[in-house]
Ligand binder design. Structure first.
Ligand code: HEM
Length: 153
């Protein structure tokens, strides 16, 4: 059971962090180079609609599998180790940022697009970009710390 939780945890982390790297480092610059404002907004609306729908499933799984391992395997906070404490903290921060981005600027962007207000949609998209960028950096650092903590001592 612990192994299953571990595999699920790492798979969900791969989808979350890898998805953010793809969106920020690959898709966004390519969209900027190839598309004008309105088409770019339409593309990014479709991208984040699908990505956030996926993340509403993946993010809870990261937290639940992490807690499952922490409390079922390491028997709670007392017996666990520094990299797990750090991962737990950054995981909660990342989940908070995701929930904020998916509830506030994302809803604002969709409402602005529905109202035909391009500048307001672009402003909301920029807030989404900043939130995803911050989460990507924290996520990559968390993966580095988690793997270092487990195998690097
Ligand atoms: C509530 C939040 C989280 C908790 C309680 C948690 C807990 C855990 C635990 C207990 C392990 C096994 C550790 C070991 O045996 O060494 C683990 C592994 C791992 N976690 Fe998390 N985690 C959380 C969030 C995250 C997040 C947000 C990421 C990445 C963005 C992440 C990345 C990893 C990775 C890469 C591993 C495999 C390396 C390792 O075992 O340390 N975790 N997690």
């Amino acid at each position: 059971m612990a192994t299953l939780l571990y595999v699920a945890h790492v798979l969900c982390v791969v989808v979350w962090v890898g998805g953010m790297v793809f969106a920020m480092a690959v898709l966004r610059p390519a969209a900027h180079a190839a598309l004008e404002g309105p088409q770019r907004l339409a593309l990014m609306e479709g991208v984040f609609r699908r990505f956030f729908r996926l993340l509403w499933h993946v993010v809870p799984l990261v937290l639940l599998s992490g807690w499952g391992m922490l409390f079922g395997w390491y028997w709670g906070f007392g017996a666990s180790i520094w990299h797990v404490h750090l991962m737990h903290t950054t995981g909660l921060v990342m989940a908070g940022i995701f929930v904020f981005v998916a509830l506030v600027p994302w809803r604002r962007m969709r409402a602005a697009l529905a109202a035909g207000n391009g500048p307001a949609a672009a402003a909301a998209l920029d807030t989404i970009r900043k939130g995803v960028l911050v989460n990507m950096v924290i996520g990559l650092a968390t993966v580095a710390v988690a793997t270092w903590g487990r195998f690097g001592g």
